[in-house]
Design a protein around this ligand. Structure first.
Ligand code: FES
Length: 179
């Protein structure tokens, strides 16, 4: 039997819509086309219920996710950002998710420096057959962000640092000197 969506008392009306004026977490989901987007689609077609708080942006591969996409999400008012790609070894472009893992692991270390609590960012693997895993991760993240409350804004933006760090990390991965 399908689970009912998370409901916080007083925030939803009888038909499941957020009551006017009540705060609801707004989460940006950046999903790779081949695995995680298909997994989210499967969750929808299997009617697995989860909170409607994630706005999805589809990218060809998690390797396309520039750390600045995550920062821009926060700067534009999202309360949390979720990046999801194919499991290691399953990337349709061979190594895109490995590059993403390096970049986003580094980004996670810098988030606190920029005044963004780490708990507001999540990087995960979801395959095309894991609709239930997608639904569960949306439930978990929505609940976590709900407890944290609205994001109050980037404390100390360091916009130029991230691309440099990402380039150095990738250069180390392929054994060349970063520019
Ligand atoms: Fe999904 Fe590369 S195609 S992570």
């Amino acid at each position: 039997m399908a689970e009912t969506p998370e409901v916080v008392e007083g925030t939803e009306t009888m038909n499941g819509q957020a009551a006017e004026g009540a705060w609801e977490p707004k989460i940006l989901g950046i999903l790779c086309n081949w695995c995680s987007y298909a997994g989210a689609d499967l969750a929808g077609s299997a009617r697995l219920q989860h909170p409607p708080n994630v706005r999805i942006v589809r990218v060809p591969c998690s390797g396309r996710v520039d750390p600045q996409f995550v920062l821009k999400g926060f700067m534009r008012g999202f309360d949390g950002v979720l990046v999801s790609g194919c499991h290691p070894g399953d990337c349709h472009y061979a190594k895109g998710n490995y590059y993403a893992r390096r970049r986003l692991t580094l980004l996670t270390r810098f988030l606190e420096t920029m005044g963004i609590p780490r708990e507001r960012f999540q990087f995960q693997w979801v395959s095309a057959s894991e609709g239930a895993r997608w639904a569960e991760s949306v439930r978990e993240m929505t609940e976590r962000i709900r407890k944290l409350g609205p994001f109050q804004g980037v404390g100390r933006p360091v916009p130029l640092l991230i691309p440099v760090v990402a380039r150095q990390s990738e250069a180390q991965a392929v054994g060349v000197e970063a520019r």
